[in-house]
Design a protein around this ligand. Structure first.
Ligand code: UT7
Length: 334
């Protein structure tokens, strides 16, 4: 029997036009462009407008993705949206995106795995293709981090931005597509990275708002230590499991939280900088959005058969790696 794998057959990103630069932040909080650049690698990030929800990112990305693939919205079977900044606690942002784009035949749901959301959703979506039952699955990673960031907390606000992207998954019988994934979580990490209020544990009250509990609370140093070790470990693990070497890996697509975490992961994998997708300087950390944004920025350079490792670490804690073989020559398709 021919094995069906789930291959990415198209990618589209979206970032809002409004830029928040390090220089802008210098006017808002006690920080400097020099501190942010040397500690994180970030120069600027994008901001969605006040009236624009996360679904705007998904809608923009999906509409352009469908147009460039020449596919009708009604052909999509399933939509999974990874986000920690949903339009509403419920219904799911994926439901909203389907409604707004006319994907009327798709069932849809959200995945909440913070910065690892995209690899969790990609792995989930790939299973539905592998069964042979589903032919077209869209996986979205999108976050409007500015909606939950405290712009008075200088240690946290400098790293986050808004944006995301979408990929189309289709069956592949040539051996390309998603080959393996290693996914992990450890809920103890919630003490270091959390949005404390707004859920059933601490529903919104005047007090929770006054205490600024609806914002992201991060102990940066602790998260950094876990991220550096775990993202490097899991990337090494997926290489070992699939007998990949630093020569045979063509690209690392790392979560963009901090350039120092990315460097540590690339070093552990033995990869030179030219094989690592880095766009943190222009978008910052868009949480579930970083990986599709990297694939979108690099799409033209990707070739059929390229060995690609995606790696992420984030709130939960959640972390993991996906190994995939790129399924098309992007340049030729345009
Ligand atoms: O994406 C999901 C997971 N998240 C991550 O992976 C983030 C991981 N953590 C980080 O990337 C880093 O911890 C941060 C970039 C968030 C912070 O960098 P750091 O090197 O860990 O700084 P720190 O929080 O330990 O602070 C060092 C110093 C402190 O001053 P003192 O106490 O040494 O005098 C801070 O008050 O830097 C100060 N500081 C700042 N100074 C200027 C903290 N934030 C700023 C700032 N501008 N924006």
């Amino acid at each position: 029997m021919i094995k069906i794998t789930a291959a990415i057959t198209g990618v589209q990103g979206y970032v809002p036009e409004k830029v928040l630069s390090n220089k802008d932040l210098e006017k808002m909080i006690d920080t400097t462009d020099e501190w942010i650049t040397t500690r994180t690698g970030i120069k600027e990030r994008r901001m969605l407008g006040d009236g624009n929800p996360t679904s705007d990112i998904g809608v923009e990305a999906v509409n352009k993705l469908l147009a460039k693939k020449g596919i009708q919205p009604t052909e999509i079977d399933l939509v999974i949206c990874a986000t920690v900044t949903p339009d509403y606690p419920f219904p799911a942002t994926a439901n909203v995106i389907c409604d707004r784009t006319g994907m009327k035949n798709a069932w849809s749901f959200d995945v909440n795995a913070a910065c690892s959301g995209f690899i969790y959703a990609l792995t989930t979506g790939s299973q539905f293709i592998e069964t042979g039952k589903y032919k077209k699955v869209i996986v979205i990673g999108a976050d409007k981090m500015s909606s939950i960031i405290d712009y008075e907390d200088r240690a946290t606000c400098v790293i986050f931005g808004d944006g995301g992207g979408a990929v189309l998954l289709e069956p592949n019988t040539e051996g390309n597509g998603i080959i393996d994934s290693v996914l992990k979580s450890d809920g103890e990490g919630r003490k270091y990275l959390i949005q404390p209020a707004g859920g059933s544990k601490q529903p919104p009250t005047h007090e929770t708002v006054d205490q600024r509990l609806h914002y992201v609370h991060q102990e940066g140093k602790a998260v950094f230590k876990f991220a550096v070790t775990n993202m490097a470990d899991v990337s090494a693990e997926i290489m070992e499991r699939n007998k990949l070497t630093s020569d045979s890996v063509d690209w690392l697509v790392p979560h963009q939280a901090n350039l120092r975490i990315i460097d540590a992961t690339a070093n552990r994998m033995g990869l030179s900088k030219d094989k690592v997708m880095i766009n943190i300087e222009k978008y910052g950390n868009t949480t579930a959005g970083t990986l599709p944004l990297c694939l979108w920025d690099w799409e033209d350079q990707l070739k059929k058969g390229d060995n690609i490792v995606l790696s992420a670490f984030g709130g939960g804690f959640t972390w993991g790696s996906v190994y995939l073989k790129w399924a098309y020559n992007s340049k030729e398709e345009k």
